[in-house]
Design a protein. Structure first.
Length: 274
């Protein structure tokens, strides 16, 4: 896996709003300058010019490109070539060949493959194993649209079954290829409680980061990914107890085996990253 630090909170910023670039970068762990859905078709040329003129920290900046084959893809790549940015997110990634097309145009860049169509989700395993891919992200709304559906969520706000399957499938594909998994955005900006629950689930499920669309969502995501003091104490205690044990043992009334120890190591790794 690439050494790039992806999160935990990745914030989208429309590339045609250069006055927001610095603030978005300051308020997030990584900013995604978006040349795709966040920019109206008529504004895309100006967005590419603004991107080319920008100078954010390349280690904390991602550029979202339009899909391979889209009319704006070549122009997006030309704009990125004028910058120092070396991490791109490819919208609607559907095959390993799509990733190859990006690296053919841009050279040895890191690619976050956004699997947000039925074809992309089905091909996620092959995409994750492609050279240059450092992470997979999934997207719910484009996925459902690609199926002819109308909404990724039920009236109670929970994901529909097809969206949950896609979420799991993309995360499993990322993990199987030793790539990071990035959870989709939560579009109800005012519902911080719902975002917190979804971010908590992302952490527990194994996502490395979660994307967001508003700066107010960043602290909620960071809080979800940051282990509590109690989590850290428990993880350290379990690992310390394991030093004097052989194989499976009981700690605090619960069975502990190697998967549980790996959970504890993951908690401490997230604490160190924070």
């Amino acid at each position: 896996m690439s050494g790039i630090q992806l999160g935990p909170a990745l914030l989208f910023c429309p590339a045609d709003r250069p006055e927001r670039y610095e603030k978005a970068a300051e308020r997030s762990d990584m900013v995604i300058l978006d040349l795709e859905d966040a920019v109206a078709p008529a504004a895309k040329p100006a967005a590419r010019e603004a991107l080319a003129a920008s100078s954010l920290d390349p280690a904390r900046t991602v550029v979202r490109l339009n899909a391979v084959g889209a009319p704006d893809f070549a122009g997006d790549c030309e704009a990125v070539r004028r910058t120092g940015y070396r991490t791109v997110m490819l919208a609607k990634t559907e095959s390993p060949e799509d990733v190859d097309a990006v690296r053919s145009a841009l050279g040895d860049v890191d690619v976050i493959a956004l699997c947000e169509t039925a074809r992309g989700v089905v091909n996620a395993v092959g995409i994750a194993r492609t050279d240059g891919v450092v992470a997979l992200m999934w997207g719910a709304e484009d996925l459902v649209a690609s199926l002819g559906g109308t909404s990724s969520r039920s009236p109670d706000g929970a994901y529909r079954a097809v969206a949950l399957q896609a979420r799991s499938q993309v995360l499993l594909a990322a993990g199987a290829a030793d790539r990071a998994g990035i959870d989709a955005v939560y579009v109800d900006i005012a519902d911080t409680g719902g975002l917190a629950l979804e971010a908590d689930d992302a952490v527990a499920s194994g996502f490395a980061a979660k994307a967001c669309i508003h700066p107010a969502q960043v602290p909620v995501i960071r809080a979800a990914f940051a282990p509590t003091d109690a989590d850290i104490r428990h993880a350290r205690a379990v690992l310390a107890a394991a030093e004097d044990e052989r194989g499976v043992f009981t700690y605090d009334g619960r069975m502990v085996d190697e998967p549980i120890l790996r959970h504890a190591r993951s908690v401490l790794a997230r604490a160190a990253e924070g």
